[in-house]
Design a protein around this ligand. Structure first.
Ligand SMILES: [Zn+2]
Length: 88
């Protein structure tokens, strides 16, 4: 009997896609030293990322899901790199 496996590659990579969309819009940036993503705190860049998520969601993902994924990434990314010394 055939196993029916759930195929959901789009969902598995949705967070990765959202990170890419945010980087493309310059809403987040990778710490050059440690590789952590940092929120740049730019509301216009966020808007660009959310707009592109709504208008160009990845294949098999609804606009609402794409926007939610971008918001979810923003929620989990801080505006500082956890390994960089705090600015004084
Ligand atoms: Zn760092």
């Amino acid at each position: 009997m055939l196993m029916t496996k759930e195929r959901r590659p789009a969902i598995r990579t949705l967070r990765g896609w959202a990170i890419g969309a945010l980087q493309e819009a310059s809403a987040i940036r990778e710490c050059e030293e440690h590789g952590w993503m940092r929120d740049r705190g730019d509301p216009h860049a966020r808007d660009r990322a959310l707009l592109s998520a709504r208008h160009e969601p990845p294949l098999g993902v609804s606009p609402d899901e794409a926007v939610a994924a971008v918001r979810g990434v923003l929620d989990t990314i801080g505006d500082t790199c956890p390994e960089c010394p705090p600015e004084e």
